[in-house]
Every structure is written in C-alpha cells, then in structure tokens.
Design a protein around this ligand. Structure first.
Ligand SMILES: C[S@@+](CC[C@H](N)C(=O)[O-])C[C@H]1O[C@@H](n2cnc3c(N)ncnc32)[C@H](O)[C@@H]1O
Length: 275
C-alpha cells in the first residue's frame, strides 16, 4: 500500500475494534498509532485499510496478533540504572519503614524484564518474601512470554551492563541459565509475582499499591488518555504511595498533578499526597 493512511480510515478501524473487541485505541497518540498500522499493513501485505478491517471483522484469532503489533514492547532489564538505584536506596526503604508488606504493580510490564529486575533487587535487599507483585499488560502474547521468565541471550549484554551500573550485588549470570539461545531466569525469583492481562484504558481499579511502575506506556497515549489513566493510577495507590513513570514522560501537565509531589524529577518518581 503506497498511499498515506487517512484519519477517516483510522477512525473506521478504531470504531470496528471498539465495537467488536471492546478495545479502545482512539486515544492512542496518533502518529505512533498510524506508524504501527502502516507496519501491520506492510507485514501482512494488505492492499487497503478496508482489507485489514475485513480481516479483523472476519478473523477474531487475528486480533491477538494485531494487538501485539500495535503495542510497542521494547524493554530491558534495569532500564535507566540510576532509577533502580533510587528505588533501592530511597523508595523501597521508605515504604518498608511504615509497612510490613510491599505491594507493587507493574502496569504495562511487557515481556517481564522490568519484573525480573524488581525481583532480583528485592531478593538482594532481603525483602522479596515480604512483597506482593502484580504485573499486567494489555497484550496476552507478551504476558505469556513474561510468565516464562526467559530473555533472549542477545539482549543480555545490555541487561548485564545495566545491572552493573545499578551496582547489583553479584553478576547477572548468577540468576539465569542458558538454554537454546535464551537466558532462562530462576523461576524461584518470580514466586511473589502474579501476571495478569489488564487494559489500562477500560480496566477498573482492582487493588491498592505502595508502588506503581507505569514506565514507557503512557508515552503512546494522547493527553486525554494520559489524564484518564493517571486518575486510575492515583486511585490505585495508598496515600503516600509512589508512582514511577518513564524518563521521557511527565506528570506535570496532567489534571491530577496537584495530588502528587515530585520525589525525584530526574527519575520521574512521584508520591501521592492527597486522595
Ligand atoms: C514500551 S513497553 C514498556 C515496558 C516496561 N514498562 C519498560 O519501561 O521497559 C509498553 C507496554 O505497554 C503495554 N500497553 C500498551 N497499551 C496498554 C494498555 N492500554 N493497557 C496495558 N498495557 C498497555 C504494551 O503492550 C507494552 O508491553
């Protein structure tokens, strides 16, 4: 397909998806959403957007593949090592000063690298068994991958270097075994983790947490959706709980900003101070 995708076509596509599958992509950031649709069209060799729409209409099993292609799943272990140092040295000790248990939600956990990083850090701090971790994503295929606790070996060089910069206690190879080109992490690490499918757009508030990581997820949403999701994240935090977003994201323009204080501006960590 050579010609540009038109807004009207994108609207028709998002309306069909909402109606048939109850997923709402209309408030995803337009430019990246359009790029992803273009990629799908090329990948599956659709001649027109209408033929993509027809396929979605007639083949529900194709929809899961579509969701996987629409979402951007790029992730890494100990992404932004200095952020993880702040968690280890400041945020987690602060929470555990007043609580016996640590409740963590990874919202948009992708293939689980962020979750494995969390469990390694908590294990090294000696508090993993006092932690309850929920990890969610909209993409079923990626959640299934996360549950396996495996990471492609070709990504392990970057992961190992992030772990080193974070100043982990050991070397990362203590935690995994190589099997068929994959790093298979010790399943015991995820003993306190429960993985679930959850859509931040339509999903309801389902629990309260001391710490929420929603990093590099809202960057794909427009301002309206960022506001909506931030209301839900705020609602899901205990008072004085912490919210961490991605290093290129910001909370300051959002309606709910006055209910948080900035704990670390560089690492984008905020604390809920008002209900
Ligand atoms: C770029 S990854 C971020 C992964 C990890 N948090 C990190 O920072 O490395 C974004 C993830 O958000 C998920 N996502 C996108 N829209 C979502 C939604 N509406 N609800 C839940 N997760 C969503 C995607 O499936 C993807 O796995």
């Amino acid at each position: 397909m050579q010609q540009e995708i038109e807004i009207a076509e994108l609207r028709k596509l998002t309306e069909l998806i909402k109606e048939k599958y109850d997923y709402d992509f209309k408030n995803y950031a337009m430019s990246s959403f359009k790029r992803r649709i273009k990629r799908i069209v090329e990948l599956y060799k659709f001649k027109t957007i209408d033929s993509l729409i027809e396929k979605l209409e007639s083949t529900p099993s194709f929809f899961e593949e579509f969701v996987s292609e629409i979402t951007v799943n790029v992730t890494e272990m100990f992404r932004d090592p200095s952020f993880w140092s702040v968690l280890k040295e400041q945020i987690i000790p602060n929470i555990l000063l007043n609580h016996n248990k640590l409740n963590v939600w990874h919202a948009g956990c992708s293939s689980g690298e962020e979750v494995i990083s969390m469990t390694i850090m908590l294990e090294e701090m000696g508090v993993l068994d006092r932690s309850n971790i929920i990890a969610t994503d909209i993409d079923t295929a990626i959640i299934d991958r996360a549950k396996k606790g495996t990471v492609s070996l070709k990504n392990m060089e970057l992961n190992a270097s992030n772990y080193e910069r974070f100043e982990g206690k050991y070397t990362i190879d203590k935690y995994f075994q190589e099997q068929n080109g994959k790093a298979v992490f010790d399943p015991n690490l995820i003993r306190q983790v429960s993985f679930r499918k959850h859509d931040l757009v339509k999903g309801v508030v389902f629990s309260k947490f001391d710490l929420i990581l929603c990093r590099n997820v809202m960057i794909y949403f427009n301002q309206t959706l960022q506001n909506d999701v931030l209301y839900k994240l705020h609602e899901s935090l205990f008072r004085y709980g912490y919210l961490a977003i991605g290093s290129k994201e910001s909370l300051i323009w959002c309606d709910i900003a006055n209910k948080f204080i900035v704990v670390n501006n560089e690492e984008k960590v905020y604390k809920k101070i008002k209900d």
